[in-house]
Design a protein around this ligand. Structure first.
Ligand code: HEM
Length: 231
Protein backbone atom coordinates (compact mmCIF):
# COMPACT_ATOMS: atom_id res chain seq x y z
CA UNK A 1 0.00 0.00 0.00
CA UNK A 2 1.26 3.48 -0.77
CA UNK A 3 1.28 5.50 2.43
CA UNK A 4 1.97 9.23 2.67
CA UNK A 5 5.47 8.48 3.98
CA UNK A 6 6.42 5.83 1.40
CA UNK A 7 7.93 6.11 -2.10
CA UNK A 8 9.96 8.92 -3.58
CA UNK A 9 9.68 12.27 -1.82
CA UNK A 10 8.60 13.98 -5.06
CA UNK A 11 5.58 11.69 -5.24
CA UNK A 12 3.92 13.74 -2.52
CA UNK A 13 4.92 17.02 -3.97
CA UNK A 14 4.42 20.33 -2.32
CA UNK A 15 5.20 23.71 -3.82
CA UNK A 16 8.95 23.23 -3.33
CA UNK A 17 9.00 19.89 -5.18
CA UNK A 18 6.92 21.35 -7.98
CA UNK A 19 9.48 24.13 -8.38
CA UNK A 20 12.34 21.62 -8.36
CA UNK A 21 10.64 19.66 -11.14
CA UNK A 22 10.12 22.82 -13.18
CA UNK A 23 13.82 23.64 -12.75
CA UNK A 24 14.79 20.21 -14.12
CA UNK A 25 12.14 20.21 -16.87
CA UNK A 26 13.73 22.95 -18.99
CA UNK A 27 17.32 21.68 -19.16
CA UNK A 28 15.97 18.18 -19.71
CA UNK A 29 13.74 19.41 -22.54
CA UNK A 30 16.67 21.23 -24.16
CA UNK A 31 18.91 18.14 -23.83
CA UNK A 32 16.20 15.91 -25.35
CA UNK A 33 15.67 18.33 -28.26
CA UNK A 34 19.42 18.48 -28.85
CA UNK A 35 19.76 14.68 -28.85
CA UNK A 36 16.76 14.30 -31.18
CA UNK A 37 18.39 16.74 -33.63
CA UNK A 38 21.66 14.79 -33.53
CA UNK A 39 19.73 11.54 -34.15
CA UNK A 40 17.91 13.01 -37.15
CA UNK A 41 21.25 14.43 -38.31
CA UNK A 42 22.73 10.92 -38.13
CA UNK A 43 20.02 9.68 -40.49
CA UNK A 44 20.75 12.48 -42.96
CA UNK A 45 24.54 12.01 -42.63
CA UNK A 46 24.14 8.31 -43.42
CA UNK A 47 23.34 9.29 -47.02
CA UNK A 48 26.20 11.79 -47.28
CA UNK A 49 29.06 9.41 -46.54
CA UNK A 50 30.50 6.04 -47.55
CA UNK A 51 29.11 3.21 -45.38
CA UNK A 52 31.59 2.39 -42.60
CA UNK A 53 29.98 -1.03 -42.18
CA UNK A 54 30.31 -3.32 -45.28
CA UNK A 55 27.21 -5.17 -44.05
CA UNK A 56 25.10 -2.10 -44.97
CA UNK A 57 25.80 -2.88 -48.66
CA UNK A 58 24.53 -6.45 -48.25
CA UNK A 59 21.15 -5.38 -46.86
CA UNK A 60 20.54 -1.88 -48.29
CA UNK A 61 16.74 -2.03 -47.95
CA UNK A 62 16.75 -3.07 -44.30
CA UNK A 63 19.34 -0.39 -43.48
CA UNK A 64 17.39 2.29 -45.41
CA UNK A 65 14.11 1.37 -43.68
CA UNK A 66 15.86 1.61 -40.29
CA UNK A 67 17.61 4.90 -41.01
CA UNK A 68 14.62 6.70 -42.57
CA UNK A 69 12.00 5.49 -40.08
CA UNK A 70 14.44 6.08 -37.19
CA UNK A 71 14.80 9.70 -38.32
CA UNK A 72 11.00 10.02 -38.57
CA UNK A 73 10.55 8.51 -35.08
CA UNK A 74 12.96 11.03 -33.55
CA UNK A 75 11.26 13.90 -35.42
CA UNK A 76 7.74 13.09 -34.21
CA UNK A 77 8.24 11.42 -30.82
CA UNK A 78 9.43 14.50 -28.84
CA UNK A 79 6.10 16.26 -29.51
CA UNK A 80 4.22 13.38 -27.87
CA UNK A 81 5.72 14.41 -24.53
CA UNK A 82 4.64 18.07 -24.73
CA UNK A 83 1.73 18.42 -22.31
CA UNK A 84 0.24 21.43 -24.11
CA UNK A 85 -0.02 19.47 -27.39
CA UNK A 86 -1.51 16.44 -25.63
CA UNK A 87 -4.14 18.43 -23.79
CA UNK A 88 -5.16 20.64 -26.72
CA UNK A 89 -4.84 18.15 -29.58
CA UNK A 90 -5.57 14.74 -28.14
CA UNK A 91 -6.70 13.35 -31.52
CA UNK A 92 -3.30 14.30 -32.99
CA UNK A 93 -1.50 12.66 -30.05
CA UNK A 94 -3.47 9.43 -30.56
CA UNK A 95 -3.02 9.31 -34.35
CA UNK A 96 0.69 10.12 -34.20
CA UNK A 97 1.10 7.72 -31.28
CA UNK A 98 -0.28 4.80 -33.31
CA UNK A 99 2.00 5.73 -36.20
CA UNK A 100 5.00 6.00 -33.86
CA UNK A 101 4.38 2.58 -32.34
CA UNK A 102 4.20 1.04 -35.84
CA UNK A 103 7.36 2.90 -36.94
CA UNK A 104 9.13 2.06 -33.68
CA UNK A 105 8.42 -1.65 -34.05
CA UNK A 106 9.98 -1.64 -37.52
CA UNK A 107 12.98 0.42 -36.31
CA UNK A 108 13.48 -1.98 -33.39
CA UNK A 109 13.15 -5.10 -35.55
CA UNK A 110 15.62 -3.77 -38.15
CA UNK A 111 17.99 -2.68 -35.34
CA UNK A 112 17.95 -6.23 -33.99
CA UNK A 113 18.61 -7.57 -37.49
CA UNK A 114 21.58 -5.26 -38.09
CA UNK A 115 23.01 -5.66 -34.60
CA UNK A 116 22.79 -9.45 -34.70
CA UNK A 117 23.50 -10.25 -38.39
CA UNK A 118 25.92 -7.51 -39.54
CA UNK A 119 27.38 -6.00 -36.35
CA UNK A 120 30.21 -3.55 -37.02
CA UNK A 121 32.18 -4.61 -33.96
CA UNK A 122 31.19 -8.24 -33.38
CA UNK A 123 29.90 -10.07 -30.32
CA UNK A 124 29.92 -7.10 -27.96
CA UNK A 125 27.50 -5.27 -30.23
CA UNK A 126 25.37 -8.42 -30.63
CA UNK A 127 24.88 -8.65 -26.86
CA UNK A 128 24.25 -4.91 -26.31
CA UNK A 129 21.82 -4.56 -29.24
CA UNK A 130 20.15 -7.88 -28.39
CA UNK A 131 19.41 -6.48 -24.93
CA UNK A 132 18.48 -2.87 -25.67
CA UNK A 133 16.82 -3.59 -29.04
CA UNK A 134 14.54 -6.05 -27.24
CA UNK A 135 13.93 -3.59 -24.39
CA UNK A 136 12.96 -0.94 -26.96
CA UNK A 137 10.37 -3.26 -28.53
CA UNK A 138 9.06 -4.39 -25.11
CA UNK A 139 8.75 -0.79 -23.90
CA UNK A 140 6.78 0.21 -27.01
CA UNK A 141 4.43 -2.78 -26.69
CA UNK A 142 3.91 -2.22 -22.95
CA UNK A 143 3.25 1.48 -23.57
CA UNK A 144 0.62 0.54 -26.13
CA UNK A 145 -0.98 -2.17 -23.97
CA UNK A 146 -1.25 0.16 -20.96
CA UNK A 147 -2.95 2.97 -22.86
CA UNK A 148 -5.39 0.56 -24.49
CA UNK A 149 -6.33 -0.60 -21.00
CA UNK A 150 -6.77 3.01 -19.85
CA UNK A 151 -3.64 3.05 -17.64
CA UNK A 152 -2.36 6.39 -18.86
CA UNK A 153 0.30 6.92 -16.18
CA UNK A 154 1.94 3.57 -16.94
CA UNK A 155 1.61 4.27 -20.68
CA UNK A 156 3.60 7.48 -20.13
CA UNK A 157 6.33 5.68 -18.20
CA UNK A 158 6.89 2.97 -20.84
CA UNK A 159 6.87 5.47 -23.70
CA UNK A 160 9.53 7.50 -21.86
CA UNK A 161 11.65 4.31 -21.58
CA UNK A 162 11.28 3.55 -25.30
CA UNK A 163 12.12 7.13 -26.24
CA UNK A 164 15.19 7.16 -23.98
CA UNK A 165 16.55 4.05 -25.75
CA UNK A 166 15.95 5.63 -29.18
CA UNK A 167 17.71 8.83 -28.07
CA UNK A 168 20.77 6.76 -27.13
CA UNK A 169 21.47 6.65 -30.88
CA UNK A 170 22.57 10.30 -30.46
CA UNK A 171 24.30 9.81 -27.09
CA UNK A 172 26.43 7.05 -28.68
CA UNK A 173 27.78 9.54 -31.21
CA UNK A 174 28.54 12.11 -28.50
CA UNK A 175 30.68 9.49 -26.76
CA UNK A 176 32.19 7.58 -29.70
CA UNK A 177 33.32 10.54 -31.84
CA UNK A 178 35.32 12.35 -29.07
CA UNK A 179 36.73 8.96 -27.96
CA UNK A 180 37.89 8.35 -31.52
CA UNK A 181 39.59 11.75 -31.56
CA UNK A 182 41.33 11.05 -28.25
CA UNK A 183 42.58 7.58 -29.28
CA UNK A 184 44.05 8.80 -32.55
CA UNK A 185 44.31 6.08 -35.23
CA UNK A 186 42.98 3.17 -33.18
CA UNK A 187 43.61 -0.40 -34.27
CA UNK A 188 40.58 -2.49 -35.31
CA UNK A 189 40.50 -4.12 -31.88
CA UNK A 190 40.67 -0.75 -30.10
CA UNK A 191 37.96 0.62 -32.40
CA UNK A 192 35.68 -2.29 -31.54
CA UNK A 193 36.18 -1.63 -27.82
CA UNK A 194 35.44 2.09 -28.25
CA UNK A 195 32.32 1.23 -30.29
CA UNK A 196 30.94 -1.29 -27.80
CA UNK A 197 31.77 0.89 -24.80
CA UNK A 198 30.05 3.91 -26.39
CA UNK A 199 26.94 1.80 -27.09
CA UNK A 200 26.83 0.35 -23.58
CA UNK A 201 27.48 3.66 -21.77
CA UNK A 202 24.93 5.54 -23.91
CA UNK A 203 22.14 2.99 -23.39
CA UNK A 204 22.79 2.71 -19.63
CA UNK A 205 23.07 6.49 -19.23
CA UNK A 206 19.86 7.25 -21.14
CA UNK A 207 17.79 4.55 -19.47
CA UNK A 208 19.10 5.62 -16.02
CA UNK A 209 18.14 9.26 -16.61
CA UNK A 210 14.72 8.06 -17.84
CA UNK A 211 14.21 5.95 -14.68
CA UNK A 212 15.20 8.87 -12.44
CA UNK A 213 12.80 11.17 -14.25
CA UNK A 214 9.98 8.60 -14.09
CA UNK A 215 10.47 8.14 -10.35
CA UNK A 216 10.78 11.86 -9.72
CA UNK A 217 7.57 12.69 -11.55
CA UNK A 218 5.46 9.66 -10.64
CA UNK A 219 2.26 10.74 -8.95
CA UNK A 220 1.39 9.15 -5.62
CA UNK A 221 -1.76 7.61 -7.16
CA UNK A 222 0.07 5.95 -10.07
CA UNK A 223 -0.54 2.21 -9.84
CA UNK A 224 2.47 -0.04 -10.27
CA UNK A 225 2.02 -2.75 -12.90
CA UNK A 226 2.08 -5.34 -10.11
CA UNK A 227 -0.78 -3.65 -8.31
CA UNK A 228 -2.87 -3.25 -11.44
CA UNK A 229 -2.53 -7.00 -12.03
CA UNK A 230 -3.52 -7.79 -8.46
CA UNK A 231 -6.55 -5.51 -8.75
C1 HEM B 1 14.79 5.79 -33.38
C2 HEM B 1 15.80 6.45 -33.84
C3 HEM B 1 16.99 5.85 -34.56
C4 HEM B 1 17.73 6.50 -35.51
C5 HEM B 1 17.52 7.90 -36.02
C6 HEM B 1 18.75 5.58 -35.95
C7 HEM B 1 19.71 5.87 -36.90
C8 HEM B 1 20.63 4.98 -37.38
C9 HEM B 1 21.56 5.24 -38.45
C10 HEM B 1 21.67 6.56 -39.21
C11 HEM B 1 22.29 4.12 -38.64
C12 HEM B 1 23.36 3.90 -39.70
C13 HEM B 1 24.68 4.25 -39.12
C14 HEM B 1 25.38 5.34 -39.83
O1 HEM B 1 25.44 5.36 -41.08
O2 HEM B 1 25.92 6.22 -39.12
C15 HEM B 1 21.86 3.14 -37.67
C16 HEM B 1 22.40 1.90 -37.51
C17 HEM B 1 22.12 1.06 -36.46
N1 HEM B 1 21.18 1.29 -35.48
FE1 HEM B 1 19.88 2.80 -35.41
N2 HEM B 1 18.62 4.41 -35.25
C18 HEM B 1 17.56 4.53 -34.37
C19 HEM B 1 17.14 3.60 -33.44
C20 HEM B 1 17.87 2.48 -33.09
C21 HEM B 1 17.58 1.63 -31.95
C22 HEM B 1 16.42 1.84 -30.98
C23 HEM B 1 18.53 0.66 -31.95
C24 HEM B 1 18.72 -0.48 -31.00
C25 HEM B 1 18.45 -0.44 -29.73
C26 HEM B 1 19.40 0.89 -33.10
C27 HEM B 1 20.46 0.08 -33.46
C28 HEM B 1 21.22 0.24 -34.61
C29 HEM B 1 22.24 -0.69 -35.05
C30 HEM B 1 22.63 -2.00 -34.36
C31 HEM B 1 22.79 -0.18 -36.19
C32 HEM B 1 23.92 -0.81 -37.03
C33 HEM B 1 25.24 -0.40 -36.37
C34 HEM B 1 26.41 -1.12 -37.01
O3 HEM B 1 27.00 -0.58 -37.95
O4 HEM B 1 26.77 -2.19 -36.53
N3 HEM B 1 18.97 2.00 -33.75
N4 HEM B 1 20.84 3.70 -36.93
Amino acid sequence: MVTPSSGHPWEHSGKEDWMTRQTVLWPLGVAVGFLALIGVGASVAHYLQEPYNPGFLEYPTIVAVHVVLGGLYLTLAPLQFVRRIRSRHLAYHRRTGRLLVAIGLVVGATALFMGLVIPFSGWGERVIIGLFGSLFLIALLKGLAHVRAGRVALHREWMIRAFAIALAVATIRLIYIPALLIVAEPTDAQNAVLWDTSFAVAFVLNTSVAELWIRATRRSGTPRARKVKAA
